[in-house]
Design a binder for this molecule. Structure first.
Ligand code: NAP
Length: 303
């Protein structure tokens, strides 16, 4: 047992997966949860992945030694304000938001010195959301990044690290701004590009819908999976990781123009060299165990 009582605020994909993984490895004595809507709270009562579901966040955090904010990034500040007076002295507050600096700026000011704040981000997810979408294996062999702030105690960070490791994750620590830049490259901008590509296909009148769906295995299918991700979560990610995503998108546009020019001028060497370089990156990801080279990207084994 690492924690006595874990309070999950927000009961979607990430919180649900945490609850299943915590229970599987017996990492906490009790899991209490709450969500915004009565519908989600009732669903979780039926699914049973929390020992108790409360109607308010204030009730959920009572006597909890770990409080996990698992709501969209844009909702973190309001939740922090709401729970702050009810937090137990000595408790650890963490969040699982996909952006770190903005969440630290939003949540930090509401927390007293009597609690520890350990911001965190599990680099694991699916395009599904809501209380039905969680599963215990989500974090297995995936990285979770902790971005402790100046006031975070080493003990609080260490305990949270042990929790994530107990859930099967590999854990790293990083500076919050660096996290936001890295994630802009590896996750945020790729999502925006996928959203754009699917939007373009949708707009293109020359290719009718049947053809787009029928031939989607040629690459488009992976874009559609990413572009099916939760609109609220991703709106908040771009609004809160503005600077880093704009910087990476600027570089992306430059490279895209260079490739566009190579196509127009028939510069095959440029295209070949570029694609050779990018292929090596894919190989590195597979070798690091972060994806499979199965022809279907291992879909048969993942949910
Ligand atoms: P989710 O499945 O959509 O669940 C979100 C939960 O937050 C729901 O219980 C929802 O309540 C609640 N909520 C939404 N808006 C709220 C508001 N304004 N006030 C209070 N509660 C609100 O989301 P998720 O995928 O678990 O994501 C949660 C967090 O993890 C986000 O910050 C996201 O950036 C981060 N994250 C996501 C992924 C991913 O791939 N999905 C990966 C890593 C980190 P109702 O159900 O009652 O509406």
């Amino acid at each position: 047992m690492i924690y006595n009582r874990v309070a999950l605020i927000g009961l979607g994909l990430i919180a649900g997966s945490m609850a299943y993984a915590i229970k599987r490895a017996n990492l906490a004595k009790e899991i209490v949860g709450t969500a915004r809507s009565a519908e989600t709270r009732d669903t979780v009562r039926r699914l049973g992945f929390c020992d108790r579901v409360t109607d308010t966040a204030a009730e959920a955090v009572k006597d909890a030694d770990l409080v996990v904010l698992a709501v969209p990034v844009g909702a973190m500040a309001a939740i922090a304000k709401d729970i702050a007076p009810h937090l137990a002295p000595g408790a650890t507050v963490t969040d699982v938001g996909s952006v770190k600096r903005d969440v630290i700026n939003a949540v930090g000011p509401f927390l007293s010195d009597a609690v520890d704040f350990v911001p965190c981000h599990p680099i694991a997810g699916t395009e599904h959301s809501g209380p039905d979408s969680g599963f215990a294996e989500l974090f297995e062999n995936r990285w979770t990044i902790l971005t402790p702030i100046a006031s975070t105690t080493a003990e609080a960070t260490q305990k949270l690290r042990a929790l994530w490791e107990g859930m099967g994750a590999n854990v790293d620590e990083m500076d919050p701004d660096h996290h936001d830049l890295v994630l802009a490259v590896t996750s945020h901008c790729p999502h925006l590009i996928a959203y754009t590509m699917v939007g373009v296909a949708d707009d293109l009148q020359r290719v009718n819908d049947t053809e787009v769906i029928k031939y989607s295995a040629a690459g488009f299918r992976d874009f559609t999976r990413i572009a099916a991700s939760d609109p609220t979560m991703w709106r908040d990610v771009f609004l809160s990781n503005k600077e880093a995503t704009l910087e990476i998108l600027g570089r992306f546009t430059e490279e895209l123009f260079a490739l566009q020019r190579a196509i127009r001028t028939g510069d095959g060497d440029h295209l070949f060299d570029y694609f050779t370089r990018t292929r090596a990156i894919r190989r590195g990801i597979v070798e690091a165990g972060q994806d499979t080279d199965a022809p279907d990207f291992g879909r048969g084994t993942k949910r």
